[in-house]
Structure formats: C-alpha cells, structure tokens
Design a protein around this ligand. Structure first.
Ligand SMILES: NC(=O)c1ccc[n+]([C@@H]2O[C@H](COP(=O)([O-])OP(=O)(O)OC[C@H]3O[C@@H](n4cnc5c(N)ncnc54)[C@H](O)[C@@H]3O)[C@@H](O)[C@H]2O)c1
Ligand SMILES: O=C(O)[C@H](O)COP(=O)(O)O
Length: 469
C-alpha cells in the first residue's frame, strides 16, 4: 500500500489539503449518484471512470440552507461529504460565522451572498443555487476569487408557468374574493366583471424558459399571446413578438412578467406603465419583487385602472415561514392586503415536488462534478470547461486546475511548469477577466504533484490552484 500524506494549501487563503496515494484502486469510488446524468454520459461511461478526489471526501464541508430537497442532500451525503442542512436562510452575522468553515454552500433565492459575506468565505470552492435566479450572489466577486457558482436554469419553469395559468383564471373570475367571502360565511353570486380567458390577449414580458412555456399553455386555453423581450426570439405557436414594452402594455388584457432582476428591470412596471395598460387589465408578477413598483400598483388598483393582480415575489421577503408579511417587512404591506382581487403568494412559483426534486439532483450533481473533477459545465460565472474523465487504466495521473487572471503571458509560464511532465490533454477558456485551465498529466510522482502545485500557486496571475488525482 502506498503512503499517504496531507499537504496544507500553502497560500493559507483556502484551507485545501489533499492526500496522495499511488494506488489507482485506492482512489476509485462508487459512481457519483444513482442517476445517470447527461454530463456523466458525455464524459465517459461510468464503469470506466476513475473518480478523482481532491482530498479525503469526508474533509469536504457543505452547508445547505433554505430547505434544499432531500434528493440533493442524498447525492452529496453519498459522496462522503459532511453535510449540514438547515430549513431556513440565515441572518448575515450567522451566515458569515458559518460560511468561514465550509467548502460548499447550497442556497435558494433568499440567501444573499454579497461581497461582504463572500470575503469571509476563505475555504469556499463553490456555490450551488438550488433555484433559477442567481441575482442573490455577487457573481463577479465570486469569479474573481475562484468560487464557481452553479444553478438549475429551467427545472422549475413549468411549475411557474402552470401557477400563472391558474392565476389568470383566478383573477378573471375573482375566485380569491369569492372564496374569502365564503370562508367568512357570505354568499355573493356575481357575474359582473367576471370573464372567460378565451380570446383575451396575454402579454408576456421576458420570453425565456418560463415566458415561452407559459405562451404554449395560454394558447392551449384559447388566448392570444404577444411578448416583449430585449432579444429577438423565435415565437412558439402563434405568439407574436412586439417591438416595445409600450405596445405590449397597450394590447394586453393580462400582463405577466418573466424577466430577471437587473438594473434595467428595476421598477420596470411603475406609474407610467400602469397608465399605458388597458383599463380593467390584470398584472401578474412571479419574477422578482423589484420589477414592480408596488405603491404604483396599489394606486392603479384603487383607481380601478387595474382590475386585479397576482404577486408571488416582493422586494423584501422573510428568511423563514411565519407571521412576517406586514408593514415591518414592506411599508405598504397593509395597503396591499386591503385590496380586492389580488392574489398574494409567498414565492411559491417553483415550489412543487417535481421541480424541487429535479433541482436537488441537477445542482448536487454539478457540485460533485466540480468538487471531484473540476468540471465547470453549467457554471454561471466561470468559463465552462469539460475534460473527459481519467480511466481506471490510467494510473499515476493528476488533474491540474489553475484559475487565474486573464493577463498576457500566463499560459507560457504555466506550460513551462507543466512541460517537464507528460501533459495528456489540456484545455483553457476565459470569461471576462478570469481564465480556467485544466490539464491531465500522466506518469506523475507523488513529489511532482506538490512541486507543480506550489510553482503554479506562486505565479502572480494565480487565483486558485487545485490538484486532483
Ligand atoms: N416565482 C418563482 O418562484 C420563480 C421561479 C423561477 C424563476 N423566477 C424568476 O423568473 C425569472 C425568469 O426566469 P426564466 O427562467 O424564464 O429566465 P430566462 O433567463 O430563461 O428568461 C428571461 C428572459 O427575459 C429577457 N429579458 C432580460 N432583460 C429584459 C428586459 N429588460 N426587458 C425584456 N426582456 C428581458 C431575457 O432576454 C430572457 O429571454 C428569473 O430570473 C427568476 O428571477 C421566479
Ligand atoms: O429563482 C428561482 O428559481 C425562484 O425564484 C424560486 O426560488 P426558491 O427556490 O427560493 O423558491
């Protein structure tokens, strides 16, 4: 049996250590999870894969917040990682305290990973957003510090689209109000201002994964669909792209928002836009809370300009379930609750069993691939790099990962260091000012691994050096 030893990360700013063992058998581990994923098949059949391990897997500490689905926890636990899972998000001070210690953090939409929080995350290798949105993470800061960020780009899109269809009918028929009245014992049978949705026009703002899925469902219900997007996008079915938001607002009976949170979408729907909308039209927002100016919505509904609204997202949302939706959270909370024909839901657009299970699997597998093999496929902030896995008959191999500032002359210096060894394959790519290099070296000796690591790590361009074997 070969000797094993631990080497502390020399820079000290990321407490990475790894054990080196010359036996290929000793580094073989069972497959990443019980489910065949697209990426595993792309890389190599699992039976032949040699699982690279950056260090003893039980050394990897993972913190999962916001009730990440059991599917994700199971995949990570099966790897031998230490997984702590909490049901809620954490206040900033507690988050900072906890994040100092972990290599991986898994979050959903509530946990804000600002530069202030990430600055304290000295051991952090990777963030998993178990949701679609990544606006809660300072992606730029993370990339500049070699922290990869992954998400699940469309696993909950259908759930959101179905919710919106339900809301369109609920608003058109004033179902929320009728149901509330009945719960209070009041029989109020009315047809005035209650409509079929057949033949009405739905205006979709943001025709991405959710918007286009919604378009299909709405047409199946007999609606006409127009959409506005900053990109020119292929219309699905008979939907029609309109050139401006103004035109969409003028044509639509229902306006549904499906844009990301960006500086451009902040208060995208405010007083001026409500004025442009048809009298008696409806607004639905299941995107991000910052997209709608809520006091302007309250004004437009009180003036009977807008006949109803459904909100799933808010500028401020509580970190946990409880009696938090009041004026302390958002100053206009009470005014909103006092309106008629308004559906208020607690950010449940993506909250279905199907979506959460799929997200758990997708993001956990991406984390495992990154931790164990350095593969960045699907990362939202680092260049996407894939290199086929080493095979069991490739003994004495090491995979070098070098994340660095994209400045002239780096590759020459890196290759001077690697040139003394047999580089089997190498790939590099850059995104913004950050570059990601991956190289597999064969015939490597234990002492060479430390030497390569230390020499790469001493280059001024270095952001992070990892050696997987
Ligand atoms: N309520 C929920 O639970 C829930 C669930 C999933 C996603 N979301 C939110 O919904 C948003 C949309 O999700 P998606 O998966 O469809 O995203 P997506 O990236 O697939 O689509 C977004 C679309 O918006 C367009 N866009 C961007 N800026 C725009 C602008 N200023 N004006 C017009 N169009 C613009 C983009 O070009 C893109 O086509 C997400 O960013 C997320 O914040 C909410
Ligand atoms: O970004 C998303 O996927 C949605 O907003 C859902 O977020 P959640 O996982 O926090 O419910």
């Amino acid at each position: 049996m070969a000797t094993a030893r631990d080497i502390a990360h020399p820079s000290g700013d990321r407490a990475v250590s790894y054990s080196i063992d010359n036996s290929p058998v000793a580094t073989f581990h069972s497959p990443l999870s019980g489910r065949n994923s697209f990426m595993d098949n792309v890389i190599l059949s699992k039976a032949a894969q040699k699982q690279l391990k950056p260090f003893n897997t039980e050394d990897i500490k993972i913190l999962l917040l916001e009730n990440v689905n059991q599917t994700g926890k199971d995949i990570l636990t099966r790897q031998g990682y230490q997984v702590e899972a909490l049901k809620t998000s954490l206040p900033e001070a507690q988050l900072i305290e906890k994040i100092r210690d972990v290599h991986v953090i898994g979050i959903r939409s509530k946990t804000k990973l600002t530069d202030k929080v990430l600055r304290e995350a000295k051991n952090l290798l990777v963030v998993g957003c178990f949701c679609i949105g990544t606006n809660q993470v300072d992606l730029d800061y993370a990339a500049k510090h070699g922290i990869a960020v992954f998400n699940s780009p469309f696993a909950n899109s259908r759930s959101v689209a179905e919710l919106v269809i339900a809301e369109i009918i609920t608003l058109a028929r004033q179902l929320g109000d009728r149901s509330n009245e009945m719960h209070r014992g009041t029989w109020n049978k009315v047809s005035a201002k209650c409509w079929e949705i057949r033949g009405k026009t739905l205006g979709i703002v943001g025709y991405g994964h959710i918007g286009s899925q919604l378009s299909v469902l709405a047409e199946a219900m007999g609606m006409s669909v127009v959409y506005y997007d900053i990109l020119t996008l292929m219309a699905i079915g008979s939907a029609k792209q309109v050139p401006t938001l103004d035109q969409l607002l003028e044509e639509a009976d229902f306006v549904s928002l499906h844009v990301p949170e960006t500086p451009e979408t902040k208060a995208m729907i405010s007083n001026k836009q409500f004025e442009q909308m048809k009298t008696g039209s409806y607004l639905i927002n299941a995107s991000r809370g910052t997209v709608v100016d809520i006091p302007a919505l309250i004004k437009a509904m009180r003036a009977n300009k807008i006949a109803g609204a459904a909100l799933d997202v808010y500028p401020n949302e509580p970190a946990a379930n409880g009696d938090y939706f009041n004026a302390n959270l958002n100053t206009w909370g009470e005014d909103l609750r006092g309106l008629n024909n308004i559906i208020l839901t607690p950010h449940i657009g993506g909250s279905t069993e199907e979506a959460q299970r799929a997200i758990g699997v997708e993001v956990a597998e991406a984390l495992v691939r990154y931790i164990n093999q350095g593969i960045t496929f699907g990362s939202v902030n680092l260049p996407e790099i894939t290199l086929r896995s080493l095979t069991l008959d490739e003994a004495n191999h090491a995979r070098i990962i070098y994340i660095h500032r994209n400045v002239p002359g780096v590759l020459r210096k890196v290759n001077e260091i690697l040139a003394e060894h047999n580089v089997d394959k190498q790939i590099t790519d850059s995104k913004g000012g950050i570059a990601y290099l991956m190289a597999d070296i064969s015939g490597i000796k234990t002492e060479d691994i430390k030497d390569i690591h230390d020499r790469l790590d001493s280059l001024t361009s270095r952001i992070l050096t990892r050696v997987l074997y």
